[in-house]
Design a protein around this ligand. Structure first.
Ligand SMILES: Cc1ncc(COP(=O)(O)O)c(C=O)c1O
Length: 393
């Protein structure tokens, strides 16, 4: 065949990197590796009640009644999730998706033409680059800055705007910074976006999890925005610790006429895929109402690990823990003696795996990102391996 038959939505270079090779090597040799990148809650030793998934066998799952936004009972259950967090949203303004990642893709189709631009926070979650590229939209970063705590650099948002900007992504709390969007930030950003016809897409998958007491209540709430067009995204993968069940959602708010128009178009997109299985929709209400014990375990784990990390890092003068408010990860500033990549590859040799900051597109080196999900024992062991290595440099 002449030329390649593939689109440029998928990168042409699929070779694995040096870190992935070091990890494969360590795992292949059978040496123990403490994984401080673990982000899969189903492998973190939480106790999931036996009855948690029993509703998936509900006979309603035997009947196929296609509904673009999902079964009303499931959308009502999602509306109750928002009211648990103090927000009111009508089930008519909620659409289901197979995951939050899929919800992004559906919204990019709704909001942007190929070549249009979407603003995304930096540092943030690396999947955005792929999600945007697969829908042929370009990501334009705006900066989160750190001075004893994270904030959104609003001037960098204004600099990133262009004629082609269609949406702004907010992640609250953000992965990996753990920063929630504050109420004053949300007020400024919703005014900037509404004025220019730019939608806000707020990823609130971690909104239930705080490491600073009171952080969830203090945060800005996008569904309270009444100007422009805003979407709040969530899903079972974080709120119930069940990524394998595949249920996410979008809730829409803003100016009424924009919301109506958005929903009419979104309905057509969702109707084209009908991607959420009926058994999970029929089970949604039970799954969400039975989630409390799992969510509590995750909350207790992340808070305990964050405290352990703070205590261990404090003893090492050359390192600092960046203050986080919530989410499942934490960031350690480390001395820039070599590159981040060299450091994490050496750490694999010392039996511990962490993310290098560049994975999340930090504007400079050197940072390490750790997940707060591993068991408390593994976490403490992994962190002490990291800090011992750094002290030995
Ligand atoms: C900020 C953020 N949004 C979305 C997701 C993915 O969620 P889902 O499993 O619903 O696609 C993740 C996963 O780590 C995430 O960190």
């Amino acid at each position: 065949m002449v030329g390649r038959p593939f689109s440029s939505r998928v990168p042409s270079d699929l070779a694995s990197n040096r870190l992935a090779a070091a990890v494969a090597d360590a795992r292949g040799s059978g040496r123990p590796l403490v994984d401080l990148t673990l982000s899969n809650p189903t492998r973190a030793g939480f106790e999931y009640p036996d009855y948690l998934l029993s509703a998936l066998g509900d006979p309603r799952g035997l009947k196929y009644e296609p509904a673009p936004f999902g079964l009303v009972s499931a959308r009502q259950a999602v509306a109750r999730e928002y009211s648990r967090r103090g927000m009111t949203v009508s089930p008519d303004r909620i659409a289901l998706a197979a995951s939050t990642s899929e919800a992004y893709s559906l919204l990019f189709k709704l909001l942007a033409d190929p070549g249009d631009e979407v603003l995304a926070p930096r540092p943030s979650y690396p999947l955005f680059e792929h999600l945007a590229r697969l829908d042929a939209v370009s990501l334009r970063p705006y900066e989160l800055e750190y001075h004893d705590g994270w904030s959104i650099d609003i001037a960098s948002v204004e600099r990133a705007l262009s004629e082609r900007t269609r949406a702004m992504l907010l992640v609250s709390p953000n992965n990996p910074t753990g920063s929630f969007v504050t109420r004053p930030e949300l007020k400024r950003l919703s005014a900037i976006c509404a004025e220019r016809g730019i939608a806000i897409v707020a990823d609130e998958v971690f909104a239930d999890y705080q490491v600073r007491p009171g952080a969830c209540v203090d945060a800005g709430r996008v569904l309270d925005v009444s100007e422009g067009l805003v979407f709040s995204l969530g899903g079972l993968s974080k709120s119930v610790g069940l990524p394998q069940i595949k249920l996410g959602w979008m809730a829409v708010a803003g100016r009424d006429d924009l919301v109506r128009n958005a929903l009419a178009r979104l309905e057509l997109i969702c109707d084209t895929y009908l991607s959420v299985s009926t058994p999970v929709q029929a089970a949604a209400s039970e799954l969400l109402s039975r989630a409390v014990p799992v969510r509590k375990q995750i909350q207790t784990r992340i808070a305990a690990n964050y405290q352990t990390l703070a205590a261990q890092v404090e003893r090492v003068a050359s390192c600092a823990l960046l203050a986080a408010d919530g989410g499942w990860s934490a960031i350690i500033r480390v001395p820039s003696i070599g590159s981040e990549e060299d450091l994490v590859v050496h750490l694999v040799g010392d039996g511990v795996l962490v993310h290098p900051g560049y994975f999340f597109d930090f504007s400079h080196e050197s940072y390490l990102v750790v997940s707060l999900l591993p068991s408390e024992e593994q976490f403490a062991d992994g962190v002490s391996r990291v800090l011992r290595h750094i002290e030995s440099l």
